[in-house]
Design a protein. Sequence first.
Lengths: 642, 406
Amino acid sequence: MMTSGKRKKVSSRTGGKKRVAVRKSRDAETLAKSQREISVSEFFAKNRHLLGFDNPRKAMLTTVKEAVDNALDACEEAGILPDIHVEIDHLPEIDENRYRITIQDNGPGIVRKQIDNIFGKLLYGSKFHRLKMSRGQQGIGISAAGMYGLMTTGKPMVITTRWKKGKPAHHVELAMDTTKNRPEVTVDVETDDFPPHTGTRVTIELEGRYTRGRTSVDEYLEQTAIANPHARLSFRPPQKASADDPDDPTLMDAEKNGSIPGRENGSDISELQHTTKFGDLVVYPNTIPELPPEPREIKPHPRGVELGTLLRMLKQTEHNQVGGFLTNEFSRVSSKVSQQICQKAGITPRTWVKNIGHSEAEAIYKAIQGVKLMGPQLDCLAPIGTKQILAGLLKGVRAEFYTASTRPPAVYRGNPFQIEVGLAFGGDLPKDQLARVIRFANRVPLLYQQSACALFKAVLETKWRNYGLSQGRGAAPDAPIVIMIHMASVWVPFTSESKEAIADYDEIRKEMRLALQECGRKLASYVRRRQRIKRESQRRDVFQRYIQEVARALHTIDDTIETEEVARNLQSVATSITELADETTDDDALGSSGNGRLDKDENTVILADALGAEDEEAEPSQNTRRTAAAADEEESLFGEQR
Amino acid sequence: MAKKKVRKKVAKKKTTRKKVVASASKATTKKTSRSRKKTSRSKRVQGAPGDRLQNLASFIATEASRGKDPFLDIPTRALSNVAYSERNRIIEMGDATQRRSFFNLSQAKKFMQTTLVAAGCSELIRQSKTTSIRDLFYHCKHTIEGTKENTFDEQNESDVVIEDLEVALMSLREELGLFAEPKGAMVGPMTIVDQGDVIELSKMGSGGYAIPSIVEEDIIQFRKHAAKFVLLIEKGAVWRRFNEDRFWEKHKCMIVHGGGQPPRGVRRLLWRLNHELNLPVYVLVDNDPWGYYIYSVVKQGSINLAFESPRMAVPDAKFVGMSSFDAEAFDLSREVMIRVTDQDVRRAKEIKRYPWFEKRRHWQKEIDHMLKKGVKLELEALSSKDFSFITETYLPMKLKQGDFLD
């Protein structure tokens, strides 16, 4: 009775005449109920581009992405260092475009009764209703991937999970009833086909296309490795038909030969960073053996709440009185503040929540904007951290100079967020190309819609010329540089459900600008120093060229002057005057041992060998993928307990 | 009698040079902060040119052995670094220098080139040879070992370095065994000895005696002469007219030309004729800024090699023509006049501001008159009257009336 009265009031907002509105709203509600029941899956099935399943290539990436994101979230929440294996098998015997994607993690596993909903239902998840920094937000991803697989191949999604050590694993095959947004279990057995640790394995067969390069699974994993240095990722890309390329060296061969695959055949470095050897297991080791601090869940800040949200919260709250509702459902609302809000809204804290109608809610909303409030809690975020960014970049990008900076948390629309930037410069990075910008939101790489993304725009806006790089008008800097930019937030404002680009908020832009500038300054001082060293060694070259001439001439004028002696003396003067040039050689010596030198600034790493190797010919070196001992790793992943 | 005079003059010459050195070092003591460089420089400008070169070399070697950046201080050759001495009536070089150090990226090559040229000169001096500056360029030019770079690419690179070395060592290039292409000729009632050969300057035919680049006393000695003055004519063509008309015979004078701006050999010879034989020097040039400047260089010395002024400038030289007033005085038609160019005007105004012209009213009038009329006159313009107008009427009249500028 009460609820219907409330609805009447709500609908009176939209409808015109009261009586008609009541009837209509009732109809509309019925309709809406049925629509939601049948259409969520169907809608997305028809509009799968909204979720990132536009084409076979992107579909494959999205599937991997959703599964890996889920796996990482699950591991971190359970306090387990993530160890995730991705495998893509090409099934050309069925169809040229048929692939099977398997993602296995060492997470906590999933209890049997939740499996159906998590994997078989769209918009089902733990992350939507809370304000906590996590990769997933809506609970669409993995079930949408399964749905896509089912639609394109008719094959159900296969989930194998063990949630407790020593207990058998569940093997569940799930099809989704898209019309009802409901899981349909086709197979449900217990199995031993799973490593002894807990974890989950998801296998989806789908129509896809595997390519390398930009916006590929490889790039996604590479960037994920950068943003998650605590995670160990391994990847087995589809096997190339062996007949095609019998010379293709396998990893084992490469190990025997002592060469690292990917560097031979004079292949371009830029390509290398995204190119995987077919048939190799690619391993991204974890470089930081500890989990990032767990982000705290927070309650919404009153300022960040819109009227609609406030109404929903009022409806859903367990608190009976407005005072309790305000102090308990929001952060930064003390009883004193709630008193103020109520006073301004013309009600008392003791007013019953059920008596709050639309107009009262609006009054509360307005009152909230009028009272003095503390900013939202900022300690709820878990940024990657400069040290971790550096570790990630060192792992993923072969450059000579690395720097990172983490901004203090800030707020947009009542949501705390934090911006981090990492730069990698020089070394083996391709010259004469525009900078590569890699974007992350809550540690998830964003691969599409670069130009629509605020993160990318911030990079363009930065005046890189001030930092010694060349930059065209309205373009990314033209330099061998990788710019990593990360936004951590309890709620990342994506421009669409496929989570490809971040919306443009002034507060966010400002923080990004400051972070980029901070890194830019460090880069500038390094670039200048590098130029100085180069100049000095050029200077020394010039002097050395002339020393013999001068010495001989002096000897001609006065034969008591010994040519060799003068030359030696001049040489030592030249050396001391161009002392700075020696730093190169010093760094060289350091670099040959393979250790990066940590500059005085802790947030900066300079790899000296890259500096020295600038003019050298490309030599085999450990690139992104440290493929060493991959065979063993593989065994441990699938066989032993880790 | 004549010999005695010569010796006296030589002695005088030496003292003047010392004076210059002394004044330079005096100025040094004032600027104590730069004393090191000045000491080294004054040391380098003492003794014979060969010794100076050796001093320079050992200075560089010592600096290097002390772990210092070796350098050369080269006096600045610019108007800003010359001063007109009212007392000596010549241009004197100031003590502003440019330091050329080896370990300076923009100077290293120049420094190296300087030592190469110095080495070349030192070889010439040791072997008592002289050579042309082009010859020296080839002597010093080679590819630097292990590179594709040449020590010198163009001759003007070595020419500049030679001038630098001259001022740095306070030695004439002739003293360093170098000569420029000889230019200029002389005839007149005089007997000289040139490298032991007795030459009768009144019997030189139509070409005259080619004045060598080096005219120092050890090469050329004056014997007897009947000349009363020396006439320096700007151009060879006009000089030929004077020779053909045997002007020197009639007026008992030496006639000299320098082919435009007279080279050092000619200027040094004029100096010797003036100082040793007490012959007054008259200058006959076109009426244009270029002519004024030739006169200025002969009389006061050049800005570029101001340190040579004491040995080259003839402060007593007189300007006989052509004056901008001559057009009216000799009733020249307008057709023979040439309109001045913008460059001429600029140059004339610059010359007008030179300190040694600035305080001379008649010179200011002369230049102003030229600028006012806006025309310049060549010596050949006088030929519009008659081919020999210049030798038979113009110059005799000027000399008779004493119509010259100082």
